[in-house]
Design a binder for this molecule. Sequence first.
Ligand SMILES: [Cu+2]
Length: 601
Amino acid sequence: MNFKNKECLLNFIGFLFLVAQCLSMVEGEVHYYEFVLAEKNFTKLCNTTSKLVVNGSIPGPVIQVHKGDTVFVNVHNQGYYGVTIHWHGVKQPRNPWSDGPEYITQCPIEPGSNFTYEVIFSTEEGTLWWHAHSDWTRAYVHGAIVILPTIGTTYPFPKPDDEDIIILGSLYKANLKDEYDFDLIHGDNDLPHSIAYTINGEPGDLGACSKETTYRRVVDHGKTYLLRLVNAVVSANMFFAIAEHNLTIVGMDANYIKPVTTSYIMIGPGQTMDILLTANQTLGHYYIAARQLWSQQEELDGFDQFNVTAIIEYRGNYTIPLSPSFPSTLPSYKDLTAARKFSASLFKSLASKDHPVNVPLNITTKMFITVSMAKIKCENTTCTALEQGIMLAASANNISWNNPVPTDVLLAYYRNISGVYTTDFPDQPPYYYNFTSYELPDTMAIADLGSKVKVLNYNEAVEIVFQGTNIFTGSEYHPMHLHGHNFYVVGSGYGNYNNETDPKSFNLVDPVVVNTFIVPKNGWLAIRFVANNPGVWFWHCHIDRHMTWGMAAVFIVKNGGTTETSIRKPPPHLPPCKFPLESRVQNNDGSDGKENQPIFI
Ligand SMILES: [Cu+2]
């Protein structure tokens, strides 16, 4: 073989190698997990109660993959009620069958049965999480998803020396499922309240009987750690800080961002953040701490005021302090100024060659959606009464989402079953008013209960402005979550959205790409995305109190006309739907004569 032929052959081998690498990037690896859901006794805060968990632990197992991999998770339900699992932030191209929200894309996996989810990763890289998506079971049924860069690539920041997962969670007093079911039927419109927060399942030093089990992380001086922070709390936005250490946020919702260095973090339920922590302080013990942001009525104090802690311990020879230092930078519960700092403008995408930004510029569908507390008239049905014939609710464009009967939306759509949902979710609220006023008439609060979906054509370029309202003086920070897509956060502000002046300040250059973002209290949030994932996709406030009350709706993204742009075939053995489903408007015992109590919304 002469030199030229040799060179040709080498080029050809190189080409084959490149093709193989490209194919492996598309295909990714395949992983298999077994999740066993079962009740187990846990002793927390001096009390022993049974909780439904996955594989015996809170949080449950970590799913670790590389970008573009596929995971099969076989979920065996050995509990005593039906459950579904959602892979939060995984876009699942063409595969809504494995997305998980109950009565939206599937019916619950009944006790004694199992269902295998196929979780398809595509562009996600960083940290996401999985959780139950049926009633509030997710309180203890959740875990982290770690998505490492594709083999042969690396982070867009210096490689950390080590990493750790920090999951914020909630604790409830008794059996949460029983409490939730009871409250839905008898609860005078209230829903369960947590009694404490947790870090990796533990309340920490400040909780009764909890000191022994506080989560501890040993660090070496001078090293940098990647903390994968997940807010799995059921119903609260959280402040988070580490004593005497700055935090550098480098990723949100499995997308990299331009680094933001801060002394505290605000994180909504559903959100995830990748944070760099450099152990550069005096050798010692330092508290990691978190507490709730209370953004509702200032005068109410009955919320969960628990301060959850974990500890960072430096390795080395030094006198161990009696107590670790507590972060002085952790904002207090009602510090709305501290919350304001965490607006959309703080975060920017990398917008680089390797991590490009493609914000849709020619919008084909514009929606203006009020997210609001609400009330529903239910004279002709039975419901838990706020006053005679009125039920407390939450709404989007004055529609309060109600799970459909007798089957889930996806199956009804796929099989053309009529009467399950309607396609009239409105593009705007029924009336315009001063949404953020302090005196709003109750008539603005009236919502319709419905299973109304919005149908989008394939590749529709969508802009949504979510407008928070102050109905029932109940405005607060709403973390809105979209299934099946990521979206660009192009703008955000306080007060009423102005459709002439506010778009001028939109960031169309390097906005963050996320699956969840917070609509500020008495403010608005503008997002954009391309509806390029055919399927049925839930969107909702990730504060579960609000989701349960109906601050939710569904997008149906139609097929694009080719196999590659159409929903995949359903997997075998979808969990069957049983009738009747749980609903907020049945089994009412009527007014029990109790005085109306302050309600936390
Ligand atoms: Cu909300």
